[in-house]
Ligand binder design. Structure first.
Ligand code: NAD
Length: 436
C-alpha cells in the first residue's frame, strides 16, 4: 500500500525545500505566512525568527502490520518536533487518510505557539499516520499503534516529547502507546503520553478540556464585544470531542445550537437542537446525519446559517475565500487547528467578524495534558474541580494578555497570540544560545 509524500523535492540546490517555502500551499505554507506577519513586531528577537520556520526534527517512519487476512500492509507515519526551546515537545497524534508531512509540520508548529501562548513549559510536536482507521479491525489498529510507537520511540519520552490524542485517536490508543513505550523501556512510563484512561494515570477533566477551553475563551471574547451568550445562536462544524463538548457547554449556558455539520452531513433546527439527544445520536450512529426532528441542509449552506457564534471544530482549511463572505456570525471561535485560510482571515477581519484563533481557543486540551503530566510525575492526582478551576484561570489570563496586545498594536487576535507566543519561544532560544 504505497503512500506518496505530499511534498515534491526542491527544484534547485539553492532553492528552499518546498516544505520551507511560503509559496508552497497547504497548512505549513499558511503557518509560514502567519510567522511572516508577526516578524515586524518581534524587535531584536526577530534575528532568531528562522528558528520558527524550520522544524527541529522530523521523523518519517514505515509502519508495517499484518492484517487479519494474513497479508501485509505498510502505512506512512510521522513525528515532527517543531521546537523544544521551552521544554519537551508536546502534541497529538492523528490517524487520517489525508495526513501529510506538511500537515504534521504545521500542526507541530501551532503546538509550539499554543503552548507558549498559555505559558506551558513545553515545545511543540505532532504526529500522525496516513491511514483511515475505520477500515481496520481493533486488532489491526492496536498493531498499527504499537508498531508506530516503537518506530518513533527513539525520539519520544516523558522528558523529550509527549504525544496525546488528536483526530481519530483516543484513550485506548494512548494506553497502547504508553504500554508499548514502557515495555521497550522495561519500566512503566505513564508520563510518555497524555490523554490516557484515568485507570492508567490519566487526568480527570482531560476529555472535556478542549471544549471547556473553547467555551471559556468564547465567554471572555463575547464580553468584549457585548454579546450575550445566553441569547446567542451557535453553529458548530465537527461534533466530536471538541465540537460536541463545546456545544454542550454553550447550550448549558443558555445558547441555542442551530446547526451542526460533521463528516456525514449538515443538520439545522432554528428553534435549537437538543444537545444531549444529539450527543446520544452521534455515539449510536457515528454522525449527526438522520437526527430528527432537525432538517437536513446541503453541506455548502452550513457556512451561511443565521448564527452569532460559529465554531469550526473539525479539520483544517474549512473557512476559505470561497465561503468567508457567507458567514453571518459576529464571532468565529476556532476549536479545530488551522480551520481558516489567511485569505479568509482577511475577509473576516474586513467584515468586522472577530476570530478567536486556534492557538488560544483550543489550548484547553494541552493545558489539562500538562496537568496530567505533572500529576504522573508526582503520582498525586487532583480533583476535577481543582483541574477545571486551574484550567479556566490559565485560559482567562492568557486571553486577557492577548487581548491587550491586540489592542495595543491594533492587530487581530491571531497576530497578537503569535506576537506573545513567538516572543516567548525566541526569548528562550536566545537565553539558551546555540550549542555546539
Ligand atoms: P474527533 O475525531 O473527536 O471529531 C472530529 C469531528 O470532525 C467529527 O465530528 C467528524 O465527523 C468531523 N469531521 C471530519 N471530517 C469532516 C468533514 N470533512 N466535514 C465536516 N466535519 C468533519 O476530533 P477532535 O478531537 O474533536 O478534533 C477536532 C479538531 O480539534 C482537530 O482539528 C483537532 O486537531 C483539534 N483539536 C483537538 C484537541 C483535542 O483535545 N481533542 C485539542 C486541540 C485541537
Amino acid at each position: 500500500m504505497p503512500h506518496a509524500l505530499a511534498t515534491p523535492p526542491a527544484k534547485s540546490p539553492h532553492a528552499l525545500p518546498s516544505f520551507l517555502d511560503p509559496e508552497h500551499l497547504g497548512p505549513w505554507g499558511i503557518y509560514l505566512q502567519q510567522v511572516d506577519r508577526v516578524t515586524p513586531y518581534l524587535g531584536s528577537l526577530s534575528r532568531w525568527v528562522e528558528t520558527l520556520k524550520r522544524p527541529k526534527r522530523m521523523l518519517i517512519v514505515d509502519v508495517p502490520i499484518e492484517l487479519d487476512n494474513g497479508t501485509m500492509a505498510h502505512f506512512e507515519g510521522y513525528r515532527v518536533q517543531h521546537n523544544t526551546s521551552r521544554g519537551p515537545g508536546k502534541g497529538g497524534v492523528r490517524f487520517h487518510q489525508d495526513v501529510t508531512l506538511s500537515e504534521v509540520m504545521a500542526l507541530s508548529a501551532w503546538m509550539s505557539v499554543k503552548n507558549a501562548a498559555v505559558s506551558l513549559p513545553f515545545g511543540g510536536a505532532k504526529g500522525g499516520i496516513r491511514v483511515d482507521p475505520k477500515t481496520l479491525s481493533r486488532g489491526e489498529l492496536e498493531r498499527l499503534t504499537r508498531r508506530y510507537t516503537s518506530e518513533i520511540g527513539i525520539i519520544i519520552g516523558p522528558n523529550k516529547d509527549i504525544p496525546a490524542p488528536d483526530v481519530n485517536t483516543n484513550e485506548q490508543i494512548m494506553a497502547w502507546m504508553m504500554d508499548t513505550y514502557s515495555m521497550n523501556e522495561g519500566a512503566t512510563a505513564s508520563g510518555v503520553v497524555t490523554g490516557k484512561p484515568i485507570a492508567l494515570g490519566g487526568s480527570l477533566g482531560r476529555r472535556e478540556a478542549t471544549g471547556r477551553g473553547v467555551f471559556t475563551v468564547g465567554q471572555e471574547a463575547a464580553q468584549h464585544i457585548g454579546l450575550d451568550i445566553g441569547r446567542a445562536k451557535i453553529a458548530v462544524q465537527g461534533f466530536g470531542n471538541v465540537g460536541g463538548i463545546a456545544a454542550k457547554l454553550f447550550a448549558q449556558a443558555g445558547a441555542t445550537l442551530v446547526a451542526v455539520q460533521d463528516h456525514g452531513g449538515t443538520i439545522y433546527q432554528a428553534s435549537g437542537l437538543d444537545v444531549p439527544a444529539l450527543l446520544r445520536h452521534v455515539s449510536e450512529h457515528g454522525s449527526v446525519k438522520g437526527f430528527a426532528p432537525a432538517e437536513t441542509l446541503p453541506d455548502d449552506r452550513f457556512w451561511g446559517v443565521d448564527c452569532d457564534i460559529l465554531i469550526p471544530a473539525a479539520l483544517e482549511q474549512q473557512i476559505t475565500a470561497a465561503n468567508a463572505h457567507q458567514i453571518q456570525a459576529r464571532m468565529v471561535i476556532e476549536g479545530a487547528n488551522g480551520p481558516t485560510t489567511p485569505e479568509a482571515d482577511d475577509i473576516l477581519h474586513e467584515r468586522g467578524i472577530l476570530v478567536v484563533p486556534d492557538v488560544i481557543a483550543n489550548a484547553g486540551g494541552v493545558t489539562v495534558s500538562y496537568f496530567e503530566w505533572v500529576q504522573d510525575f508526582s503520582s498525586f492526582f487532583w480533583s476535577e474541580d481543582d483541574i477545571n478551576l486551574r484550567l479556566v484561570r490559565i485560559m482567562r489570563e492568557a486571553f486577557a494578555a492577548i487581548w491587550q496586545v491586540a489592542d495595543e498594536h491594533r492587530v487581530s487576535l491571531r497576530t497578537a497570540t503569535f506576537i506573545v507566543a513567538c516572543s516567548r519561544i525566541l526569548q528562550a532560544r536566545e537565553l539558551r544560545g546555540l550549542y555546539p
